[in-house]
Design a protein around this ligand. Structure first.
Ligand code: UDP
Length: 325
């Protein structure tokens, strides 16, 4: 049985990945500070260690002692807007604390390191779909902090032989039967659309309808968290280090998401058009051919309706999220 450390396993994507591994008989240790994570998002089959990656000795000691076969690193801050206001918070946690985890992986002789990277490392793309070779020029500290850590991993791989996969998610979305999206404050599109559909919000904002897209609203590539979990598991046994873009390859505009949500929920979603949100590129769509070919990855939930429906079911079951704040 493989033993995996899931750093950030109480967060949105980390909790889904921990569950996915446990369903497949992996042994999982969740390490989380609970600063943004939720106790109720920790799979009860996992062992939980509360801690912060900033605490270098603790994480190094844990990896020396436990002899993990792999580390999955989800423990990061992920709000673009916040990173523009407080870059220090992003570089300290997403880069400096992540280096402690990379050092722990080396000290503990951990076989594989799977890192949650992001499409934000590409900045304003020159073309879509975006492939792994395209230029990475982040336009915010969040994307830059993730790109810096991709580079740390590249050097650790060369110098220490640490095997890693950097998985660049496009827009993570949806829920599993047990775990879903609960951020405070919530800034992500799909949970906000669904909160509006069930009347928790009177109306929502569409940030910009003057983008060079078919309906003028931003286009994103929404990928279900279970499909991300599948990619993480496959990346654990990849023979070589690599970078992979993860999306379905289908671009959906903000307005298309609203229409799909109205169809799934049977309820109207009221919105106003607001100015563009700073830092938003017009279109982000992944080319995931490399992950399909090299990892054998096959996304299973490619339609907007299926993704939104899973998120809708979770919201109906958890109208106020995990209720632990
Ligand atoms: N968006 C929107 N209204 C909202 C939240 C988001 O129009 O209340 C737009 C946002 O401008 C972006 C897209 O929805 O174009 C996806 O945003 P999200 O924050 O979910 O993910 P991001 O692309 O920033 O990672």
């Amino acid at each position: 049985m493989k033993k995996i450390l899931v750093a950030g396993g109480a967060g949105y994507i980390g909790s889904a990945c921990a569950e996915y591994l446990l369903d497949r008989d992996y042994e999982v240790v969740v390490f989380d500070s609970l600063v943004t994570g939720h106790v109720k998002a920790i799979d009860p089959r996992a062992r939980f260690v509360q801690g912060d990656l900033a605490d270098r000795e603790t994480i190094i000691e844990l990896c020396r002692k436990e002899k993990f076969d792999g580390i999955m690193h989800f423990a990061a801050f992920s709000l673009v807007g916040e990173s523009m206001k407080n870059p220090s918070k992003y570089f300290r946690n997403n880069l400096a604390s992540a280096i402690n985890l990379a050092d722990a992986a080396v000290e503990g002789e951990v076989g594989h390191f799977v890192f949650s990277s992001t499409a934000a490392t590409f900045g304003q793309p020159e073309r879509v779909p975006i492939s792994e070779e395209d230029k990475q020029e982040p336009i915010n500290p969040y994307g830059e902090s993730k790109l810096c850590f991709e580079k740390v991993l590249k050097w650790y791989s060369r110098i220490y032989g640490l095997k890693y996969a950097a998985l660049r998610y496009f827009n993570a979305a949806g829920a599993t039967g047990n775990y879903g999206e609960d951020h405070s404050p919530e800034t992500h599109l799909i949970p906000i659309v669904l909160q509006t559909a069930r009347g928790k919000r009177e109306k929502m904002m569409v940030f910009g309808e003057d983008y060079p897209t078919a309906d003028g609203s931003c286009v994103r590539d929404y990928i279900h968290i279970l499909d991300l979990a599948q990619a993480h598991m496959l990346a654990l046994s990849a023979p070589e280090s690599g970078h992979y873009n993860l999306g379905t390859g289908n671009g959906l505009s903000v307005k298309e998401i609203i229409t799909a949500a109205e169809k799934v929920t049977g309820k109207p979603v009221a919105y106003d058009v607001a100015p563009r949100r700073p830092g938003d590129p017009a279109k982000l769509i992944a080319c995931s051919d490399r992950a399909r070919k090299m990892l054998g990855w096959k996304p299973t939930m490619e339609s907007a309706e299926a993704i939104i429906e899973s998120a809708w079911k979770w919201q109906l079951k958890h109208p106020d999220g995990y209720c632990d704040r």
